[in-house]
Design a protein around this ligand. Structure first.
Ligand code: KG4
Ligand code: ZN
Length: 342
């Protein structure tokens, strides 16, 4: 089955073509980072308009790169939520219009299910069951995964998501947008232990997270080292980045180990933008090896938003007979646990 995947939930336009027999044939991605950089965050209306500008040229590009015509497509998958309403509607309208004209099935995919299944595109995909740590700009969740759509929420962030904490901390330090990867890069030059950072909610039982206190702690530290209105000196900035990143990574690692123990599982999948973080991967690999558990993640470009994960997840659901109707429906808020298993 040849499936087109369309991702437009936020500030990335992603297209991909996945074949259930041959795997991923092509994918292309356009990032709106430059468009939103001046505003220090995503401006929803600008995001929708930019998706409109890009979807047709990118559709043609992905077909050409895959070497297929649109008539060869057997199905279309689009991100139906969660995400920005206007941005979701752009991909959804294109998917439903194409489905109607080509007379092929269309399926709306849950963006976080896309992330969760992205490691399935790698050479050594994880087998079910596993624990998934979903860490993106909008979500931090630990999920027990027994199969596609068989998800049980084990814990989640009570306030900021991990990616959001990275981005907000980077903003306090006046780093370029989007802050997460920039902060991670500067952390490589910093000393981990110059400053003390809390590991929130790790001394209490349970699998929930909270990152807003860590953010406040970091803000106070920055204020303390700020001159009258200048930023901390360069090395101090690096040290704050390193200490902050280590606190987030430690907190996530402690909870992942706890989740594996609680579920008696030996496989951990990390997915979403923050799973691109090198330090997080390193630490989890080292810690999990000690009790014979393994960590799986997608290649770097499939950790953040992309069309390939949507094409893959949609293909599995289409193969299972799932169909969305052609009345365009997007769901900006959509709990992962409400999905049906296939
Ligand atoms: O999954 P994603 O592309 O979009 C959402 O669905 O939210 O995740 C984006 C988030 C942003 O908060 C970004 O700063 C963060 O992932 N991120 C990182 C890294 N790369 C992306 N955070 C820490 N370290 C990174 N290397
Ligand atoms: Zn995402």
């Amino acid at each position: 089955m040849l499936v087109l995947g369309i991702e437009t939930s936020c500030d990335e336009t992603g297209f991909a073509i996945y074949d259930s027999e041959r795997g991923l044939l092509a994918h292309c991605l356009y990032s709106q980072v430059a468009l939103h950089a001046d505003y220090g965050g995503v401006v929803p209306e600008l995001a929708s308009r930019d998706h409109v500008r890009k979807i047709l040229p990118m559709f043609n590009q992905v077909l050409a790169e895959a070497g297929v015509t649109k008539q060869a497509l057997d199905g279309i998958a689009y991100t139906a939520g969660p995400g920005l309403m206007g941005a979701l509607m752009v991909g959804g309208s294109m998917a439903t219009a194409l489905g109607f004209t080509l007379d092929i099935p269309v399926v709306g995919v849950h963006h976080m299910e896309g992330h969760l299944l992205a490691p399935m595109l790698e050479d050594k995909p994880p087998e079910f069951p596993f624990v998934a740590l979903l860490v993106s700009g909008g979500h931090t969740q630990l999920v027990s995964v027994k199969g596609i759509g068989d998800y049980k929420l084990l814990g989640e962030s009570l306030d900021d998501a991990a990616g959001e904490a990275f981005d907000k901390t980077a903003k306090m330090l006046d780093l370029d947008y989007p802050g997460g990867p920039v902060l991670a890069k500067l952390a490589e030059k910093g000393h981990l232990n110059r400053f003390d950072f809390p590991r929130p909610m790790t001394d209490k039982p349970g699998l929930d997270f909270s990152f807003s206190g860590l953010k406040t702690h970091t803000r106070n530290l920055i204020e303390k080292h700020r001159g009258s209105d200048v930023l901390p000196d360069q090395q101090t900035t690096y040290d704050i980045c390193a200490g902050f990143q280590e606190a987030v990574v430690d907190t996530l690692t402690i909870k992942c180990k706890r989740a594996l123990k609680q579920t008696n599982m030996k496989r951990l999948v990390i997915a979403g933008g923050v799973s691109a973080n090198k330090r997080l991967r390193q630490k989890l690999e080292a810690e999990l090896m000690q009790f014979d558990a393994q960590v799986f993640y997608a290649r770097h470009e499939f950790c953040t938003d992309n069309g390939a994960m949507i094409a893959y997840a949609g293909c599995q659901r289409l193969l299972a007979g799932e169909r969305s109707d052609l009345s365009l429906s997007v769901t900006p808020r959509w709990p992962l646990q409400s999905l049906s298993s296939i």
